[in-house]
Write a protein that binds this ligand. Structure first.
Ligand code: MIG
Length: 860
């Protein structure tokens, strides 16, 4: 009794009496509805004892598809590309001709793939489909599949293979190769290599997660496998949204199994062997992110919640005037709303949002506001009335009774984002926010999360439109958050056709990267969670969702100054760099702990701003090819087995190797440098990899290395993106040094710089500028350096020259010569600009040059 009483007291304090009351009565209502409409059928993904297709009976080929009726089911294999095969297994009671069910994940339809050639042959024992990249072999006696490379080596093969159960569940068992590693699966709270565990596919609000908790907010059913010492890499994308499970060798160390409690056994097999190739294909299939506006790459500050308006104003002044820490985004959490009603403002806390946001804009800030899916059940609330009138809320199976359940505002209705009418309506509602100047929308609680004790989401029986196909929540659950983000982004696109939309989502699924970026939800302020940010961001990137980042400093509890600074040092190299914290935690701002933390935090945020041209180029690469921004080392060094489980250091873009300090009081750490030439970013000390090195890392130092051969573009420090024109760009050249190569042999490194207006879609019409650099170095020590620069695209950056900074050379060069093409198309010599155009400081050589095509620097 006392327990319940204290629960009520605590609950009232946390969420208010109305919401608490609604939460308690919901438990009772839920029972009643379960009796009325039938509860959810409790089913599991079968481990064994499911029916496999068995003997192959015949086969037919039509276009890109091979249909293979077997004793207990029919395979429908579609060859979409030489390295991409879709496998469907239809149980006998399903018509083989059954149309491909619409998938929310797929961005490229069958018809959009250009037909690719393949050979279908039959032997005594097998059917073989052979493309230019792989062989898919179907054993005639068992119907098991094997994917082989063109040398006949196994990429991946069935153990029991795919099958189904009468209750509707589907599963597939495959063999794990001896040295195999697994990656992907979306947002996970484990190491980088996922092998040896089970992972659930059911987006869940964990209300602050622990390490090892699974599942959490955002699952993605794509798995990457890597084996044969990195020689073989492939991907499997299970295109099924029902509650699912991936077992990567937990029940049986040599067996990988995946499946779902309902729906179709339909997976895509993607062959690399390079995992970069797998990612490129996977993101061709499920879509790639759009380029975000450049300001999204700046530093962002959030807390639950900055309010009232005067507090926000103070925060803005603290950034600009008091502490001079660069910042682009201020995020408003749920207290800006009137009683948590979406698309409203609290009249007392934020009396005149348009005016206040205009002031913040004038100071160079962008404003992002949180929007939850639950619409408060309140007939005096326009959005609620409208939603009921238009029938856009999810209903019970009778198709009439709207589903009602408690979240922050108390009882809420939930828009059915799988209905195109709802998405339109929701998109239009965003106008209330864009009208007052809001710059971006942050979608929270969209798993969807519901207050309650056990099941914290909608009952499985709740109806969804599924874009006309109809379906229950069991099928819609995992895509709910992604469709909410889609509604938001489609709305923003309509409302502001000239601007790139910004939507941050907590939940998502395969393909969500087409609409939104994410943050990694409710972590904790401790060192393990700082560490976790690395494998988590990397596996999200390997699941197609690269634009993400943790709550820097941690969400629940309070960070120490040291923890925050270390987290921030890492965070400035993560795609999304935002500090955020819990409602009951003290502020976690770059200055919250005073000195020396403030000065260090400022310096690192400034570094991020200086690196924006570089970071933006990595974003562009990702939008082009699906290659993540933050990458595990194995993406660049796949044949180096050391990298296959390396999770506490990462590459950011092509050039930077980041090795954060993730232990309290540590002032050094060991770092692995893969093969090649590496520079310590701070000292320019040069290293030859492969090597494990021990680096000093006092609080002010993030172990940071640059890959030899790179040209890193850097701009000036700004307090926010676009504060002033970029003027001159620095090009930091890190010549590759190769002592093991015979003297005089050339060494070339290639880099890119992508630029555009950072705001609009004009880049799609050629208003961009892509610069490709080739950096040749010769001699040991370096005696000659050549820097080539090639430009494509129409965008005028207004730049007149560069400051070329050559690292790792200690002497003044004998000669600098350069060529460029003038306006008349003639080749002329490059000028060095000004008296101090050539400087040497013993570690670097600085050159101020006009624009050049080719620059040659020679030493004696
Ligand atoms: O039930 O809006 O993950 O970032 O501050 C908690 C309040 C709801 C969870 C989000 C968190 C946010 C908080 N939200």
């Amino acid at each position: 009794m006392l327990n319940i009483l204290s629960l009520i007291v605590r609950g009232t304090r946390e969420i208010g009496f109305k919401t608490l009351w609604d939460s308690i009565t919901y438990l009772v209502r839920k029972r009643w509805y379960r009796v009325r409409f039938g509860g959810r059928k409790c089913r599991r993904v079968p481990e064994r004892g499911y029916t496999c297709p068995g003997r192959v009976m015949s086969h037919m080929r039509r276009g890109q598809t091979v249909t293979i009726p077997c004793a207990d089911g029919t395979y429908v294999l579609t060859i979409l590309a030489p390295d991409l095969v879709r496998v469907r297994l239809l149980p006998p009671h399903v018509l083989a001709a059954r149309q491909l069910h619409h998938s929310y994940s797929i961005a490229k339809s069958d018809a959009q793939w250009s037909p690719c050639e393949f050979l279908l042959t039959e032997t005594e024992t097998a059917l073989k489909i052979e493309t230019a990249r792989l062989v898919c072999r179907i054993a005639k006696d068992t119907g098991r599949l094997a994917f082989l490379d063109l040398f006949g080596d196994v990429i991946n093969e069935d153990e029991a293979g795919a099958g189904w159960q009468a209750c509707g569940a589907v599963a597939c068992r495959k063999r794990i190769q001896p040295d195999e590693h697994f990656y992907g699966l979306g947002e996970r709270t484990f190491e980088l290599d996922l092998r040896g565990r089970q992972y659930r596919m059911w987006n869940t609000d964990p209300r602050t997660y622990r390490l090892g908790q699974d599942p959490i907010h955002l699952c993605v059913p794509v798995l990457l496998g890597l084996h044969d010492r990195g020689r073989q890499g492939y991907g499997i994308f299970l295109d099924n949204t029902f509650r699912g499970l991936f077992d990567l060798g937990r029940r049986d160390p040599d067996v990988l199994s995946f499946g779902a409690v309902d729906g179709e056994m339909r997976y895509y097999f993607i062959y690399g062997p390079a995992l970069t190739t797998v990612l490129e294909r996977y993101t061709e299939l499920t879509g790639r992110m759009n380029l975000p506006p450049l300001w999204m790459l700046g530093y962002h500050q959030s807390r639950w919640s900055y309010q009232p308006e005067a507090r926000v104003r103070k925060l803005a002044r603290d950034f600009r005037q008091v502490y001079r820490v660069p910042c682009d985004g201020i995020h408003l959490d749920i207290h800006y709303m009137d009683g948590y009603r979406c698309f409203t403002w609290d009249a007392e806390r934020f009396p005149d949002p348009a005016e206040k946001i205009a002031d913040l804009h004038a100071m160079g800030f962008k404003i992002i506001v949180i929007v939850d899916p639950g619409i408060r059940a309140d007939h005096d609330y326009r959005v609620c009335r409208e939603g009921l009138e238009r029938n856009v809320f999810c209903t019970y199976p009778d198709g009439e009774t709207p589903f009602k359940a408690p979240v922050w505002p108390g009882d809420c209705y939930f828009p059915d984002f799988t209905d195109p009418r709802t998405r339109m309506w929701w998109g239009d509602l965003c106008k209330t926010l864009t009208d007052v100047g809001v710059d971006g929308i942050w979608n929270d609680m969209n798993e969807p999360a519901i207050f309650g004790m056990r099941s914290t989401t909608m009952p499985q029986s709740i109806r969804h439109d599924m874009d006309g196909h109809g379906g229950g929540h069991a099928e819609a659950h995992n895509i709910y958050g992604m469709q909410m983000a889609r509604a938001t982004v489609e709305g923003l696109r309509q409302l502001r056709p000239d601007r790139r939309p910004v939507c941050i989502t907590r939940s998502g699924w395969a393909g969500v990267q087409r609409y939104a970026m994410s943050w990694t939800g409710d972590n904790r302020s401790n060192w393990r969670h700082l560490w976790l940010s690395m494998p988590m961001a990397m596996n999200l990137g390997l699941s197609g969702l690269a634009h993400t980042g943790p709550d820097v400093g941690g969400f629940s509890q309070f960070a120490s100054g040291e923890l925050f600074t270390r987290w921030l040092q890492m965070g400035v190299f993560l795609p999304f760099c935002r500090a955020h914290t819990f409602v009951h935690s003290p502020d976690q701002e770059p200055w919250s702990w005073g000195e020396p933390y403030l000065a260090i935090n400022r310096r690192y945020i400034e570094l991020r701003y200086r690196l924006l041209p570089y970071l933006y180029t990595a974003f562009w690469q990702c939008a082009q090819t699906g290659l993540p921004i933050v990458r595990p080392l194995l993406l660049a060094f796949q044949d180096d087995a050391q990298t296959h489980t390396l999770e506490d250091q990462f590459m950011c873009g092509d050039a930077f190797l980041v090795a954060p300090v993730f232990e309290e009081s540590a002032d050094r750490r060991s770092v692995y440098l893969p093969t090649g030439s590496w520079y310590d970013f701070w000292t320019d000390q040069h290293f030859h990899g492969p090597a494990w090195i021990d680096v000093e890392a006092p609080l002010e130092r993030l172990p940071l290395f640059v890959r030899g051969g790179s040209v890193v573009p850097m701009g000036p420090v700004m307090q926010y993106v676009g504060e002033h024109p970029t003027g001159r760009l620095e090009l930091h050249a890190y010549p590759r040094r190769a002592s093991h190569l015979p003297d005089g042999r050339d060494n070339v490194g290639r880099s890119a710089l992508y630029e555009d207006d950072g705001r609009s879609w004009a880049f799609q019409d050629g208003e961009y500028r892509l610069t490709r650099f080739a950096l040749h170095s010769a001699g040991h020590p370096i005696s000659r350096l050549e820097l080539g620069r090639q430009v494509e695209g129409r965008y005028e950056s207004g730049r007149r020259g560069f400051e070329v900074v050559v690292h790792g050379v200690d002497e003044s060069p004998r000669s600098v010569t350069g060529r460029t093409i003038n306006v008349h198309g003639r080749m002329i010599n490059v000028r060095l600009l000004g008296r101090r155009a050539l400087r040497t400081d013993g570690r670097t050589v600085h050159l101020l040059t006009s624009l050049f095509e080719h620059l040659q620097i020679e030493w004696d």
